[in-house]
Structure formats: structure tokens, C-alpha cells
Design a binder for this molecule. Structure first.
Ligand code: EPZ
Length: 431
């Protein structure tokens, strides 16, 4: 497996351009199959999760034509069946969005139940409850969700948790249901709004996305559209944290500053200079940062997908910080790896107590999941000496050209094949 070899200590300086939001693109690529006309998507990120989902929809028969890294056309008229293969959902759990899309379009679907993952149990009970309220009969057999609706009708649905996935899945099915659907306690993330805007551009009738009440009036058909994916707030936040952790000064371009407000507020509070422009944000950290408290919450609260990266920033800050993870039940798996670099973090239940230390030192660390992987890279960039970050395939799921963008900011980072690394050193193998 590929690894990163990183020599830490360089403050990140310069500009970095943000790509399309992975979590918006996953929902939108799935929704695109709901019309039999051709959909053109621009600004999609070239990351393995997206490429896996494009593979999944072409597996069920959609016509997918990749014009370039960031542009794809999709036509759902050639879909031959409404059942999704287990291997596909193993590869990309977001293929559970096919449930809402296929039920909306064909009033039936067969999708394997997604398994858990390293950040916690990932049930989809709220997705299924919402679909059942809309008249979908759901059976779970041999690990598959078998869903069919004689009469897919609107419903008034209250989500026990503001689940991103459940909001989007129910919204997709409701788009082509008979009558009106209301989703109460809906998720408000920018990628939920982007999915709603995309569906509306295909002729759906969705109002209130971005608030906790979304109202959908079902339509018979959806039509062609061209759509550009919203910038990725988590990719942007990750570079903001990298600048903070390395004492850098960077401009993060192609962003929507409003989406970054939770990160901006916290970085400002701990002593960074954060300047907002129309579609750019500057983060400068020229002194040792201070402690703070973080509670992860649904948007617009501090995002759970930024929790590991913030922990790295605080592991070098002055004082004792506290992070409470309220969204997932085991999103602190990176703490033991961070401890190998000298961080002092105690995890009790869903809370991490971080005693800031003056310095981190390079070490060999293993990546447990996507966002923890990005956080461990940030730690390696901020540490003294050389680190080897293993299993970077997790990072490549959600960060396009991660090492190239960091190198452009002055990072000393190489992507190498694992056979070329002994200890913390790259050994030259005669070509
Ligand atoms: C989405 O996951 C994102 N993934 C996650 O990003 C993100 O961390 C999460 O939203 C929260 O923002 C995609 O968009 C593909 P949820 P999702 O449903 O939809 C519980 C990344 O790094 N829950 O909002 O699965 C669930 O267990 C990934 O890009 C139920 O109990 O998240 C969790 O505790 C990681 N029953 C909480 O709700 C359900 O039916 C929030 O989950 C659904 C969710």
C-alpha cells in the first residue's frame, strides 16, 4: 500500500484551491439516475469514493461518460435492474442513496445493508422508517434491503436525529412520490442543500433545504440538467487546520466562507488570524495557539468530520482542551497513533482531554479512517523529524491530490510505495 513520507517543520504558505464536495457529489451522482435524460455534472472531486460510486451506477446499467477528472455525464435510461451488488456497497457505503433514488424512480429497490465502519456503528433505521412512512414495504433478507411501494405517497416525517443520509435518501424518494412530504428535524449541511438544488434543477419541487423543515411536492418526471458541485467545506477546513498546526499563512480559494464559520470561529478563538473574502479565506498562525472546547454537532455546529484535524491543532496548543464527539460513537481511533508522536490525549467515553505539548516528533503511524488520516498527515507536517503515514488509501477516498496540494504549500511530503520505506527512511531501490 502507498505511504506518505513527511519531513515536518515547514510552515505551510501560499494558495490552495478547493475542489467539489465529496459528500454532495455522492448524493448528486445517485440522484442523477432518476431521470432518463442526460445529466452533466461539473466540479466533481477525483477521489476514490466518487469513482467507486460511478462504478456502482454503471454496474446497474446507467451510462456514465467521464469527460475529464472533474466532469461526468450520466444517463439513467439504460438502467437494467433495481438491485445493487454487495461488493459495491462494501466499496462505497453511500451507495445506500440508491435506495431513495431507485424507489423514487422505479418504486422498488434491492440494496445490501451497509456494514459498520471504523468511526462507529452506522445504522440506517431512520432512512428505512422514513421510506416506510411513504408506503414502502421493506424486508431485510440475507443482508439485503428489499423495498417496494405499490403507492409511493408523501408523508410527514420527523427524524429522531438530524441525519444527513436519511434526509437525502428520503428527499430523493419524496421527489417522485405522489403528494407532499415534510421532513422535520432535517439535516442542514451544505451538501444536503446542494442535493436539493440539484434535484430542483431537474424539475423537482423542494423547499426549505438548509432549514430543519424540508417540504417536497412529488413530480412525475425529472429532466436533464447541468450542475456544478458546491465546494468541499471539509477539504477547506482540513487545509485551514494544517495552516494553524504548522504556524503557516495560507489562502484557501474557491470556498463559501459561510460554510466554514464553525472552523473560522474556533481558529480565531485560539489565536489564528482568519480573514474572509468573497470566495477565499486566509488563515495565519504566527504564535503558539491557545486551548479551547469543541463539541461536534450537526451543521451549522462544529462538524464531526473536522474533529480529528482540530485535535491535532490543540495537541500543540497551550493549555488543556476538551473535545466532545456527539455524532459518532468511536471517532477517536487516531488518538493512539497521535500519542506515538508525543501528543497527550486521554479519551473517556465520547470526550477527549488534550494536554497541549510544545512539540510533536515524527513517527510511523497507521491511518484508521479518512479524516483521521488527514489529521495524522497534519500532525506529521507539524512534527519535528520524519514521519511515515501508512495506509493512505483511506485518505485518497476523500482528498484529491492531497500530497501535491500540500507540496505546493511548502510541505516536504512524498507519496511512496511501502516497499521503499524502512523505518522512517525511504530507501532508494535501483529502478
Ligand atoms: C454523512 O454520513 C457523511 N457521509 C459523513 O462524512 C459525516 O460524518 C456525517 O454525514 C455527519 O455529518 C456522507 O455524506 C457520504 P448521519 P451519514 O446519518 O449520512 C446516526 C466523511 O468523512 N444515524 O448524519 O452516514 C449515525 O449512526 C464521512 O466524509 C442513525 O442512528 O451520517 C450517526 O451517529 C464520515 N440512524 C448520526 O446519526 C440512521 O438511520 C449521524 O449520522 C442514520 C444515522
Amino acid at each position: 500500500m502507498d505511504q506518505y513520507v513527511i519531513k515536518g517543520g515547514n510552515p505551510l504558505v501560499g494558495d490552495v484551491e478547493i475542489g467539489g464536495a465529496k459528500n454532495a457529489a455522492l448524493a448528486i451522482i445517485t440522484a442523477a439516475i432518476m431521470t432518463d435524460e442526460t445529466v452533466l455534472l461539473e466540479n466533481i472531486p477525483d477521489v476514490s469514493d466518487i469513482n467507486a460510486l460511478l462504478g456502482a451506477i454503471s454496474f446497474i446499467g446507467a451510462t456514465v461518460n467521464r469527460m475529464d477528472r472533474h466532469t461526468v455525464s450520466i444517463n439513467g435510461s439504460t438502467i437494467s435492474g433495481s438491485s445493487v451488488d454487495y461488493d459495491l456497497i462494501k466499496k462505497i457505503r453511500a451507495s445506500y442513496y440508491l435506495l431513495g433514488a431507485l424507489i423514487g424512480k422505479y418504486k422498488k429497490a434491492e440494496v445490501p445493508l451497509p456494514g459498520g465502519c471504523t468511526i462507529g456503528s452506522r445504522p440506517i433505521d431512520l432512512h428505512l422508517k422514513g421510506l416506510q412512512a411513504m408506503g414502502v414495504n421493506i424486508k431485510i433478507e440475507h443482508g439485503d434491503i428489499i423495498a417496494e411501494a405499490e403507492d409511493l405517497h408523501g408523508a410527514h416525517i420527523y427524524l429522531d436525529m438530524a441525519s444527513v443520509g436519511a434526509t437525502i435518501n428520503i428527499m430523493m424518494a419524496a421527489t417522485m412520490a405522489r403528494g407532499k412530504t415534510t421532513i422535520e428535524n432535517a439535516a442542514r449541511e451544505p451538501h444536503v442543500v446542494d442535493a436539493a438544488n440539484f434535484l430542483n434543477s431537474m424539475g423537482a419541487s423542494i423547499k426549505g433545504a438548509g432549514t430543519e423543515v424540508i417540504r417536497i411536492r412529488g413530480v412525475q418526471k425529472l429532466h436533464r440538467t447541468s450542475y456544478s458541485i458546491v465546494p468541499d467545506m471539509i477539504e477547506a477546513g482540513t487545509y485551514m487546520m494544517a495552516a494553524a498546526a504548522t504556524g503557516g499563512d495560507i489562502f484557501v480559494t474557491n470556498v463559501i466562507p459561510k460554510h466554514l464559520e464553525a472552523m473560522t470561529a474556533k481558529l480565531t478563538e485560539i489565536g489564528c488570524l482568519v480573514q474572509e473574502y468573497d470566495d477565499m479565506i486566509r488563515v495565519k498562525a504566527d504564535k503558539r495557539l491557545k486551548r479551547t472546547q469543541i463539541k461536534t454537532l450537526p451543521y451549522p455546529g462544529f462538524p464531526t468530520d473536522m474533529q480529528p484535524q482540530m485535535a491535532v491543532v490543540l495537541s500543540k496548543a497551550f493549555g488543556t482542551s476538551m473535545i466532545t464527539e456527539n455524532i459518532f460513537d468511536s471517532r477517536f481511533k487516531y488518538v493512539d497513533e497521535l500519542a506515538r508522536m508525543g501528543a497527550s490525549i486521554k479519551v473517556k467515553g465520547n470526550t477527549a482531554i488534550i494536554s497541549g505539548c510544545e512539540r510533536l516528533t515524527g513517527a510511523r503511524v497507521a491511518v484508521p479512517d479518512l479524516r483521521a488520516g488527514a489529521a495524522l498527515v497534519i500532525a506529521a507536517l507539524a512534527a519535528e523529524g520524519v514521519s511515515v503515514v501508512e495506509d493512505i488509501v483511506y485518505i485518497q477516498r476523500g482528498y484529491e491530490d492531497f500530497e501535491l496540494k500540500l507540496k505546493k504549500l511548502g510541505a516536504d511530503i512524498e507519496k511512496v510505495d511501502s516497499s521503499r520505506v524502512i523505518g522512517n527512511r525511504i530507501i532508494q531501490i535501483a529502478e
